[in-house]
Design a protein around this ligand. Structure first.
Ligand code: NDP
Ligand code: 8X3
Length: 261
């Protein structure tokens, strides 16, 4: 049987991109013997993912829940109001995240700073703190945090986004050290360039600017990162894939890309 069999997995930011692909990959890798709690702001998108997964994997159970991780009281309410069948979470995938703009320091709107930190950092920390007592009680569980190449290598125009992902890295490493005496695994997956809605959000809905990011290159697809996440979670209990950096072949750093134009 799959090591994933019977697990309950919570994925934030599951309505799109990497989170959505990760939901499908968990369903696939477990042969459908899985419970998925899918959280994001766009509940309708989660409901259609539920329908698709449950149709393809009749044994699976998908629970879509509206959640805005940038609103801290919403996180408490979300965890407290989970249906009884979804309370026993085994794996938390902290994937919800976003970037706004490419403005440089001095010209960054405070509202952009707030939303990036609230979503990428404060939300991730709050949800982790909220679920950690459960994991400690069980003595095990997996926490998968989605960082970024941007957290390792800051670049001009990315001061805030890069700072949020550096914060994720630092938080993640601390947590792994603090949990050394437990079987709780703390896993970080840092993608390079992945084509999702990420760039559309960065350019505030301007699809042509978002598409230009991928001119002459072949970015990763969301499924590539989903496979890495599910691989890490499905190792033997004693194996911690602590940290991974995943690039498409044309990319070797945040800014070094080979473009065929
Ligand atoms: P998408 O924009 O496609 O997906 C982002 C997801 O996060 C959506 O499901 C969105 O759902 C959710 N989200 C955003 N804000 C919130 C919020 N306040 N509360 C709850 N959910 C939220 O982008 P990706 O799939 O690419 O992004 C996933 C993660 O990967 C992010 O953490 C991102 O920083 C990281 N990453 C992405 C890279 C890339 O090149 N694409 C590279 C490196 C890291 P909704 O809008 O419905 O709330
Ligand atoms: C997303 C990758 O380089 O656009 O985290 O910031 S990058």
């Amino acid at each position: 049987a799959s090591r994933l069999a019977g697990k309950t997995i919570l994925i934030t930011g599951a309505s799109s991109g990497i989170g959505r692909a990760t939901a499908f990959e968990f369903a696939n890798a477990s042969g459908g013997d899985i419970k998925l709690i899918l959280a994001a702001r766009r509940e309708a998108a989660l409901v259609s993912i539920k329908e698709e997964i449950e149709k393809a994997y009749p044994k699976s159970k998908v629970i879509p829940v509206a959640l805005d991780v940038s609103k801290l009281p919403a996180i408490d309410a979300f965890v407290e109001n989970l249906p009884a069948e979804a309370k026993d979470i085994d794996v938390l995938v902290n994937n919800a995240g976003m970037v706004h703009g490419v403005d440089q320091v001095g010209g960054i709107a405070q509202s952009d700073i707030d939303i990036m930190f609230q979503t990428n950092v404060f939300g991730l920390i709050a949800l982790t703190q909220k679920l950690l007592p459960l994991f400690k009680e069980k003595g095990k569980g997996d926490i998968v945090n989605i960082g970024s190449i941007a957290g390792r290598e800051p670049y001009p125009g990315g001061a805030i986004y890069c700072a949020t992902k550096a914060a994720v890295k630092s938080f993640t490493e601390t947590l792994r050290k603090e949990l050394i005496a437990t079987r709780i695994r703390v896993i970080e997956v840092d993608p390079g360039q992945v084509e999702t809605e990420f760039s559309v959000v960065r350019f505030r809905g301007d699809k042509s600017k978002a598409d230009a990011v991928y001119n002459g290159v072949e970015p990763l697809i969301a499924e590539d990162i989903a496979e890495v996440i599910v691989f890490a979670v499905s190792r033997r209990e004693n194996v911690v894939i602590a940290d991974t950096l995943v690039f498409p072949s044309h990319q070797a750093s945040a800014l070094i890309m080979h473009r065929k134009l």
